[in-house]
Ligand binder design. Structure first.
Ligand SMILES: C[S@@+](CC[C@H](N)C(=O)[O-])C[C@H]1O[C@@H](n2cnc3c(N)ncnc32)[C@H](O)[C@@H]1O
Length: 212
């Protein structure tokens, strides 16, 4: 099975994606949303942050969730319907090729999802593309603080487990810079051990500054 299929299967079971899995958990409150704004949550899972954002931006605004897993998108749409929230949209899609137009979002958040992307540079180029000029991004994710063995890097199950796809902190920040984000603030950083390896969850904030 390839890595993307393994990730999809892992998140086919909606019960496996709960608040305990999040790296940051508060990103929706760190982008300073205002009434009428548009927010995108990448790897939105069951949509709990999208629903929080929908309340913050109000009826004139919009909160959008994208997730690789059709099951997560279905669960998120069902939750929105059950709660009577209408200013939301959910799309099945890949952060490496977002099914969304350029320069439409005031804010992009993501929590523990981009480590699953095969090409982190491509993922951050997509985030940069869909943000409006001066739009803000707050992303939490996992990074590896030591080199993971090749068999882990090649193991789809390890990728699905928020582990095998983790790259070094330096390479991760380079991927964000390569997309065009100039100033990157580290809002949070927590080191931990996973399967015997030193890892960290980091939360980064950056603005799409466009120099004309
Ligand atoms: C650990 S869960 C986090 C879910 C949610 N952000 C949270 O904090 O509860 C990772 C999510 O990222 C999604 N995902 C994995 N790879 C993705 C990709 N390439 N593009 C978009 N979403 C992806 C998974 O389907 C899953 O719902």
């Amino acid at each position: 099975m390839d890595i993307k299929e393994a990730v999809k299967q892992r998140y086919a079971d909606e019960a496996c994606c709960d608040d305990n899995l999040s790296c940051g958990g508060q990103n929706v409150y760190l982008v300073d949303l205002k009434a009428g704004q548009w927010l995108l949550d990448i790897g939105c899972g069951r949509g709990s942050d999208v629903l929080k954002a929908a309340a913050l931006v109000g009826e004139q605004g919009k909160a959008v969730g994208v997730d690789l897993s059709p099951d997560m998108i279905k669960a998120a749409a069902t939750a929105a319907e059950q709660q009577g929230v209408s200013n939301v949209e959910f799309y099945q899609g890949d952060v490496e090729a977002l099914p969304l137009p350029d320069s439409v979002f005031d804010a992009v958040i993501s929590d523990c999802a981009i480590n699953h992307a095969l090409d982190k540079k491509r993922a951050y180029a997509e985030i940069f593309r869909v943000l409006k000029p001066q739009g803000v991004m707050v992303v939490s994710d996992v990074v590896a603080l030591e080199t993971l063995p090749q068999e882990i890097k090649d193991d789809p199950a390890a990728w699905a487990d928020c582990f095998g796809g983790a790259i070094s902190e330096e390479d991760y920040i380079d991927a964000v810079k390569a997309a065009g984000f100039a100033e990157i603030d580290m809002l949070k950083r927590r080191e931990y051990i996973k399967n015997g390896y030193k890892m960290a969850s980091i939360t980064l904030k950056a603005v799409k500054e466009v120099i004309s």
